[in-house]
Write a protein that binds this ligand. Structure first.
Ligand SMILES: Nc1ncnc2c1ncn2[C@@H]1O[C@H](COP(=O)(O)OP(=O)(O)OP(=O)(O)O)[C@@H](O)[C@H]1O
Ligand SMILES: [Mg+2]
Ligand SMILES: [Zn+2]
Length: 512
C-alpha cells in the first residue's frame, strides 16, 4: 500500500511548516538558545501542524548537529531515527485511547528513567483533553516536578476542556487555520512533485472545503488523485459533493415556470433517492445566494461549471431580486427547522408552496412597488409567471381557449405529439381533456400509472408544444386521474398542496 500523501508530506524541517510562523519562530529560538521549556501545550484546529511541530521539537532537542540553529538537521542518526519512527526517546501517547489514571501512572513510572538514546525524553500527548479528571491530576503531579531530561508536549483541538491547573504549567502555543492561499500553494507544490494533474480552480475548491486544515486539504487531494484522472473543477465538485444539484436547479426552474407539480415531483424524487430534506433546502439557499451575486454583478465570485453558470444567469434574469430574497428566507427556514421528523419533506414543500401561492393581485402590486432593479428582469418575470403570456395582474382563471376548442383538436394534438414521440402519443390517446381550471388544462387518465407517466416533464413539454402548434396558444397542461379513487374533488386545485397531499396518500378530514 502506498503511503498517504499527508504523511509523506509531513514537514521534516522547520521551514517546511506552512503558516504558524509565530509558533515556529519561538520554538526555533528556544532550541538555538537552549531555553526549551519542560511542558508545552499546542492547541488549534485539526490538521494545522500541532503533531508536526511537536515532532520537529522532539527531533530538534535531540539533534546531533553542531550548529544549534541548524537543528533539526534531518541528517544525523537521531534525526533519521525520529523520521523512521524508531527513536526510543520520543514517546507518543494518544490520550484518546489511554484515558485512565493507570495509563498516566504508568507514564510517570517510566519517566524517571533517563533517555536511552538522546538528550531528552519527549512525551507527546495527543488529544490531551480526552484524559479523565483523575488522569489529569496524575499528569499534573508530573508537570509540577518534571525530571530535567523530560519534555512534555500536550496537543489538543479543545483547549477549553483542559483544566486551568494544567494550563498554567505549560507554555501555550496556538495554531491557526492555514490561510486559503497557503493551502492552495502547498497543494500546487505537491501536485508538481507527485505528477498530479490538477486545475487551479479545483485546487482552490479543495482548499476552501478544508476550511484551514492542511491535512484535510491534502487528504482530499489524495482522494481525487486516486481516480487517476486530471483533477478538474467538475471532478472535484462531484467527488466532494459540492456540485450544484440538478434537483435544485429543477426546483428553481419550477418556480420560474410556475409549475408546482414539477417542483413537488423534484422534491419527492430527490428525497426518494436518498437526499436529506434539510440539506437540500440548504443547497437551494446556496444556489439562491449565487443568483443574488449574479444579480448584483458579482457573478465572477461564483465558482461553478459553465453549464450551471448559464442556468444561474438565466434564473437571475427571470427572478426579481425581491423574490430571490423571499425564497432565501423561506428555504432557509426549511433548512433550519428542527421539526419535520414525521414528514421531513414538509418544510421544503411549504417553502416551495410559499413561492407559488402568491395571488396574482399581490404579484401585480409588488411588481409596481418593486424598485427598478433591472427592467429586463421584470419584463422576463412577467412572462415567467406562467407559460401563458398575459399582463401581470390578470386573473389566473381566464384561458385563451375553451375546453371545446381543445377537445376538437385533441386528435390533431396527439398526431403532432406522435411525430416526436410515439409513446407520448399513445398516452394522449388514452386520455381525455377534462377542463381548464385556473388556466391549466386538466387531462384525465384512468390510472395513476398513466397519469404519472404523462406528467413527466418531457411529455408535458411535448403536449404543450403540440397545443401551441394546433391552437396557437400557450396552455399549461396537467395529467390527473379521472373517475378513479384518486380523482381530485372539484374544489381542490390540482397544483396545490392539498392535491399533492392527496396524491401522497393523504385524506381530507375536514373542510372549513
Ligand atoms: N502547518 C502545516 N504546514 C504544512 N503541512 C501541514 C501543516 N499542518 C498540517 N500539515 C499536513 O497535515 C498533516 C497532519 O498534520 P498534523 O498531524 O501536524 O496536524 P495536527 O494539528 O496534529 O492535527 P490533529 O489535531 O488532528 O492531531 C501533516 O502530515 C502535513 O502533511
Ligand atoms: Mg495531531
Ligand atoms: Zn539532526
Amino acid at each position: 500500500m502506498t503511503q498517504a500523501l499527508y504523511r509523506k508530506w509531513r514537514p521534516q524541517l522547520w521551514d517546511e511548516v506552512v503558516s504558524q510562523e509565530h509558533v515556529i519562530q519561538t520554538l526555533k529560538n528556544a532550541v538555538s538558545g537552549e531555553r526549551v521549556a519542560h511542558a508545552y501545550l499546542f492547541s488549534g484546529p485539526r490538521g494545522t501542524g500541532k503533531t508536526t511541530a511537536a515532532r520537529l521539537l522532539a527531533k530538534a532537542v535531540n539533534c546531533l548537529a553542531e550548529e544549534k540553529t541548524q537543528r533539526p538537521c534531518n541528517e544525523c542518526l537521531h534525526c533519521l531515527a525520529v523520521n523512521e519512527n524508531r527513536f526510543m526517546d520520543l514517546i507518543e501517547i494518544d490520550a484518546a485511547s489511554n484515558t485512565s489514571v493507570e495509563d498516566v501512572r504508568d507514564l510517570r513510572d517510566k519517566i524517571n528513567f533517563s533517555p536511552s538514546q538522546g538528550t531528552y525524553k519527549v512525551y507527546i500527548i495527543d488529544e490531551v483533553h480526552m484524559l479523565s479528571t483523575a488522569a489529569f491530576n496524575a499528569l499534573l503531579k508530573t508537570l509540577e516536578e518534571p525530571p530535567p531530561h523530560a519534555i512534555f508536549i500536550l496537543a489538543t483541538t479543545e483547549i477549553h476542556k483542559i483544566p486551568s491547573t494544567v494550563l498554567s504549567r505549560c507554555q501555550r502555543h496556538e495554531f491557526r487555520r492555514v490561510p486559503l492561499g497557503e493551502i492552495t500553494r502547498r497543494l500546487d507544490e505537491i501536485c508538481k512533485t507527485e505528477n498530479i494533474k490538477a486545475r487551479p480552480d479545483a485546487l482552490n475548491l479543495i482548499a476552501r472545503q478544508s476550511s484551514g486544515g492542511m491535512r484535510d486539504a491534502i487528504s482530499l487531494l489524495d482522494q481525487l488523485a486516486s481516480t487517476g484522472e486530471e483533477i478538474t473543477l467538475e471532478l472535484a465538485q462531484t467527488v466532494l459533493g459540492t456540485a450544484t444539484n440538478q434537483a435544485v436547479i429543477a426546483l428553481i426552474q419550477a418556480v420560474v415556470d410556475r409549475e408546482p407539480s414539477h417542483g413537488l415531483d423534484e422534491i419527492q424524487h430527490a428525497l426518494d433517492s436518498g437526499a436529506d430534506a434539510r440539506a437540500l433546502a440548504r443547497q437551494v439557499v446556496d444556489y439562491l445566494r449565487n443568483i443574488m451575486l449574479v444579480q448584483m454583478g458579482n457573478g465572477e465570485q461564483v465558482e461553478t461549471t459553465a453549464d450551471v453558470r448559464a442556468q444561474m444567469t438565466a434564473h437571475a434574469r427571470a427572478l426579481p431580486a425581491s423574490d430571490v430574497l423571499r425564497m432565501m428566507r423561506a428555504f432557509n427556514a426549511a433548512a433550519t427547522d428542527p421539526r419535520g421528523g414525521w414528514a421531513p419533506s414538509l418544510g421544503l414543500e411549504l417553502a416551495f408552496a410559499e413561492m407559488l401561492e402568491l395571488p396574482a393581485q399581490a404579484e401585480a402590486s409588488q411588481a409596481a412597488s418593486r424598485p427598478a432593479v433591472k427592467p429586463a428582469a421584470q419584463a422576463e418575470k412577467a412572462g415567467a409567471i406562467s407559460k401563458t403570456p398575459r399582463p401581470a395582474g390578470e386573473s389566473k382563471t381566464t384561458s385563451p381557449v375553451t375546453l371545446e376548442q381543445v377537445v376538437k383538436e385533441w386528435r390533431q394534438i396527439s398526431a403532432l405529439v406522435k411525430k416526436a414521440n410515439a409513446d407520448a402519443a399513445a398516452l394522449l390517446n388514452s386520455s381525455k381533456p377534462l377542463e381548464i381550471r385556473d388556466g391549466v388544462l386538466l387531462v384525465g387518465f384512468v390510472s395513476d400509472i398513466l397519469q404519472e407517466k404523462f406528467n413527466r416533464p418531457e411529455n408535458i413539454e411535448l403536449t404543450c408544444k403540440a397545443i401551441r402548434e394546433a391552437l396557437q396558444v400557450d396552455l399549461p397542461v396537467q395529467g390527473v386521474v379521472a373517475g378513479g379513487k384518486n380523482a381530485l374533488p372539484a374544489n381542490v386545485r390540482p397544483d396545490g398542496m392539498v392535491a399533492a397531499a392527496l396524491e401522497n396518500g393523504g385524506e381530507i378530514v375536514d373542510v372549513q
